[in-house]
Write a new protein. Structure first.
Length: 185
């Protein structure tokens, strides 16, 4: 039973790490990448739709993203979604295509992005701690129902804490690597 709780916690914590890595991939580091707009959601005919489903995204130059909607009537809504996002980019619309010029990062913008990385890292840590709390509640209920002994409870609690510490260390490493990448000139 303790192994089941630990396996479930490990799976949830792994998903938190995957989510963090995906989130950090969308942060720009001075080069154009289609991953920058992966998480962008556009209101398309009253439905929240990922940008990738309504437009093609290409990188014609190192500092330029080109977004070509499949339906030209979606240009304005895509443009609005980009402006409202935390990308910090201004779209140029020529009636058929939206161009996003990726400026070189200023020191101030690097610091802002670094803060965004720190915020997302902290969110991942909170998610991992929540998974730990859920696992502890499961262990407590098993103990109350006399499915495990008190010693087993404390043993499981220690193992769960070790697992949590390992995943939080991984989150810190991922965050530090991304911050280093952002601050690199």
């Amino acid at each position: 039973m303790i192994d089941d709780v630990l396996a479930e916690a490990k799976g949830g914590m792994g998903k938190s790490i995957d989510s963090l890595q995906h989130d950090l991939a969308t942060l720009r580091t001075g080069r154009a990448s289609p991953g920058l707009v992966d998480k962008l959601v556009v209101e398309y005919y009253g439905t929240q739709t990922p940008l990738r489903e309504i437009a093609s995204v290409s990188v014609p130059e190192a500092q330029l993203l080109a977004i070509r909607p499949y339906d030209p009537s979606a240009l304005k809504t895509i443009e609005r979604a980009i402006l409202q996002s935390d990308l910090g980019l201004t779209p140029n619309n020529d009636g058929k295509l939206i161009r996003l010029q990726i400026p070189t990062l200023t020191e101030e913008r690097r610091r802002e992005l670094s803060k965004a990385v720190a915020k997302r890292v902290e969110e991942a840590k909170v998610a991992i701690r929540n998974i730990r709390r859920s696992g502890l509640e499961d262990l407590r209920s098993f103990e109350k129902e006399s499915l495990i002994t008190e010693d087993d409870f404390y043993d499981g609690k220690d193992q769960l804490q070790e697992l949590t510490d390992d995943y939080i260390k991984k989150v810190d490493e991922i965050g530090a690597a991304k911050e280093k990448e952002i601050m690199e000139v």
